[in-house]
Design a protein around this ligand. Structure first.
Ligand SMILES: [Zn+2]
Ligand SMILES: [Zn+2]
Ligand SMILES: [Zn+2]
Length: 155
């Protein structure tokens, strides 16, 4: 009985030693048989050659002579929500290759006053009408004032 137990423990120790050292031994001894797969570049990643050992699974990427990342292939900007005089708008564009998308903010636009009533057609706020007062206008105003003055005196 004692002898059997002794043999068992020896076997167990041997097994443990094997499990600890076996992977190291295997990795060191693998003669490596690599197969090469060419991985195409994507929008953001360069292409590369992928080497995988069919025996131990060891692998690495080789970027030598690889094709550079393609960059996104964006559509034109399309409007998500239109900018108004009250709110800024947003536009989006999508990459046709990988689906990545970008959103940009469109700044608030000027008030709209199509009927020129001095009130914005969109938000009803008062629109500043730039009064251009030329020297000629000043002259007319001055003569009008003079005429009024004479009329007041000699009428
Ligand atoms: Zn290998
Ligand atoms: Zn893309
Ligand atoms: Zn407005």
């Amino acid at each position: 009985m004692k002898k059997i137990r002794c043999t068992l423990s020896v076997i167990l120790s041997l097994l443990m030693l094997c499990t600890v050292f076996a992977p190291v031994a295997l990795a060191a001894e693998c003669p490596h048989s690599y197969s090469v797969t060419n991985v195409a570049p994507t929008c953001v990643e360069d292409g590369y050659a992928l080497y995988v050992c069919s025996l131990c699974g060891d692998n690495y990427k080789n970027y030598d002579g690889a094709i550079k990342a393609l960059g996104h292939s964006y559509s034109d900007w399309y409007v998500l929500d239109e900018a108004t005089c009250l709110n800024e708008g947003h536009s989006q564009r999508d990459c046709s290759r990988c689906g990545a998308s970008q959103i940009k903010t469109v700044a608030v636009i000027d008030h709209v006053d199509e009927n020129t009533d001095g009130v914005c057609d969109v938000c009803n706020s008062e629109v500043k009408v730039e009064e251009v007062f030329s020297p000629f206008d000043w002259l007319i105003a001055f003569f009008n004032f003079l005429r009024q003055w004479f009329m007041d005196i000699f009428a």
